[in-house]
Design a binder for this molecule. Structure first.
Ligand SMILES: [Zn+2]
Length: 577
């Protein structure tokens, strides 16, 4: 069936692009789960990849036709770009509903202190300072999850490595930092600096002196505030780097899930404005301001989406989606800051909340009243329960506003990570109608650490993808990049390795249609006439490869080209511009 309603040869322009002789996975009519298709036993019924076609035509940022080769090729004229896919596959561009592109752009230029041997890793720290100005800060990331001795570096370790300039290392999770003595002194952190429970916890030695390690969501801000402010040009360049990396991985929609976390809301919004205006950020952009960054105190008035949009250049206000704020209920398993119901297997505590439960509920309620959906980070089972409580309280007080111009799901709340679950929490999540935005590549990255933190029984309960789908919970995949490298295809591999109940089509649905739903962006995630021409060309049909091949990483599928709003933004294929 050709879906080129209303378009005829007479309306043809130079700019038509026709891709043919491939497999088009449209995700139109897609079910979130294959289960219904399997049960019906009807081969004509769409699965989680939706209706299939062989050709697609787009122009002027919009999809004009999806259908069979002969029907769609009939639209092409002498000035059209006609591209033979040669059996390759076209999918909706991947949707990344929870990443940190501003930070990724900065982090792209930083060393990552990692590897197997902790001592060798720390010996590499001075090398990261080689090209810096004499008094510049050394800022890098560290990933202890693979170290033979997974202890965070201390100020003593860093003083030995680099005594003569301030050093700040961010844990790759973003939930802890470690600094040398000079950096601590410049930030004014000493024995007398009080902790802020849940938000900034200073590790101390027997005499009460800081060890250099600081945990919690405010740890980075507290030290980084002592660094010179970044220039606007540097922020724009960071976003250009992030855009190139995302596009190379097939991503066409990206959400920054904590605007303000690196350099503050004003500086980061200025960088976003500059990068989008210049064309260096050509992807569809959603920005999730950090709630504590736009309303620092629990009782502070929360600015509305329109208030935040007013900080962007006027010409961009329609182009940037502002639908959710980001809030953190706990930290990370890797840094022992996720909030568990029972103590860690390798520490004598259970982590704790970032906000006391009544403060969490109060913040959620104020943000909902200001017109936001809430995207709340919760990794431990106690944190997930607290978020469900807080959202239920806010929902009871004032149901989320459904704007007439957007689908009713547009302001649905989101739970970010939702890692440690049990049957009771899955049932509560299903009843809440909250979207789960989950991060499969974490499981490939830190599986050994997770087992050490949780023990085998609880580690086996991490991220039950198929159970979430079976319960009817909208489930979007995401990467949280740059915590992990973040390519959606790697996320698919990790998800299929982790959960035998998940199908290949379901995994791709979670990276496309479900991600668009999480962002409330009806224009993304499906290849349908009238939708934005956001698409990714893969080297072959991903659903024709067995899930075993995927889970072993032997699928052989790679990104060939990425088209955002009708423009080639990464890769290439003969005839494609
Ligand atoms: Zn994140």
């Amino acid at each position: 069936m050709c879906a080129a309603a209303g378009y005829t040869r007479r309306e043809m322009t130079h700019h038509y692009t026709v891709l043919h002789s491939g497999t088009i996975l449209t995700f139109r009519g897609a079910l979130p789960s294959d289960a219904a298709t399997r049960d019906a036993g009807d081969p004509g019924m769409p699965d989680a990849a939706g209706h299939r076609a062989t050709a697609i035509c787009y122009a002027h940022e919009r999809i004009l036709a999806v259908g069979a080769d002969e029907e769609v090729l009939a639209l092409a004229g002498p000035d059209s770009h006609v591209v033979d896919l040669g059996g390759r596959a076209v999918l909706p561009g991947f949707v990344e509903p929870h990443a940190h592109p501003y930070w990724e752009g900065w982090a792209a230029g930083m060393a990552v202190i990692a590897g197997r041997d902790r001592r060798a890793a720390l010996r590499a720290v001075p090398g990261a300072a080689e090209r810096l100005e004499p008094d510049a800060w050394l800022v890098a990331r560290y990933d202890p999850t693979g170290w033979d001795r997974p202890d965070d570096p201390t100020r003593d370790d860093l003083d030995r490595a680099v005594p003569d300039r301030p050093v700040l290392l961010a844990h790759v999770s973003g939930h802890a930092v470690t600094a040398n003595s000079l950096a601590l002194a410049l930030a004014g952190i000493g024995a007398g600096t009080p902790d802020q429970r849940g938000r900034m916890m200073i590790d101390r030695d027997a005499s009460g002196e800081p060890t250099g390690i600081i945990r919690g969501p405010d740890a980075w801000d507290r030290v980084a505030a002592a660094m010179p402010a970044p220039t606007a040009a540097a922020g724009r360049a960071a976003l250009a780097r992030a855009a190139n990396r995302l596009a190379a991985d097939g991503v066409t929609s990206v959400a920054d899930a904590d605007v303000g976390a690196t350099h503050g809301v004003a500086a980061e919004l200025a960088a976003w404005g500059a990068a989008i205006s210049s064309g260096e950020m050509p992807l569809a952009v959603s920005l999730l301001p950090g709630l504590v960054r736009i309303a620092p105190g629990p009782g502070d008035a929360v600015p509305s989406p329109a208030d935040i949009a007013a900080l962007l250049p006027e010409s961009l206000r329609d182009r940037v989606r502002l639908t959710h704020v980001k809030l953190k209920a706990d930290g990370a398993l890797t840094t022992h800051t996720a909030w568990l119901r029972a103590p860690y297997a390798d520490a004598p505590h259970a982590g704790g909340p970032v906000h006391d439960p009544e403060v969490l509920a109060e913040r959620v309620g104020r943000a909902v009243q200001a017109g936001w959906g809430i995207a709340t980070h919760a990794i431990g089972d106690a944190a997930v329960a607290a978020v469900l409580d807080a959202c239920a309280a806010a929902q009871a007080a004032s149901p989320p506003p459904a704007l007439p111009s957007t689908p009713p799901s547009a302001r649905a709340h989101r739970l970010e990570h939702a890692m440690l679950l049990d049957a009771g929490l899955v049932a509560r999540l299903a009843a809440s109608r909250i979207t789960a935005v989950v991060h499969p590549e974490f499981l490939a990255w830190a599986a050994v650490t997770y087992r050490a933190r949780l023990g085998d029984e609880r580690a086996a309960r991490l991220l039950p993808f198929a159970a979430l789908l079976a319960a009817g919970i909208p489930m979007a995949f995401s990467s949280d990049r740059p915590v992990v490298s973040g390519a959606p295809l790697d996320g698919v591999r990790a998800a299929l390795r982790h959960d035998e109940g998940l199908s290949v089509a379901e995994a791709f649905h979670a990276w496309t249609a479900a991600g668009a739903l999480a962002l409330g962006d009806d224009d993304a995630g499906r290849l349908e006439v009238g939708h934005r021409a956001d698409l990714v060309v893969l080297s072959g049909d991903p659903t024709a490869i067995s899930r075993d091949s995927w889970s072993r990483g032997e699928d052989g599928i790679r990104v060939v080209a990425t088209v955002a709003a009708g423009r080639l933004v990464a890769g290439g294929l003969e005839g494609l511009e």
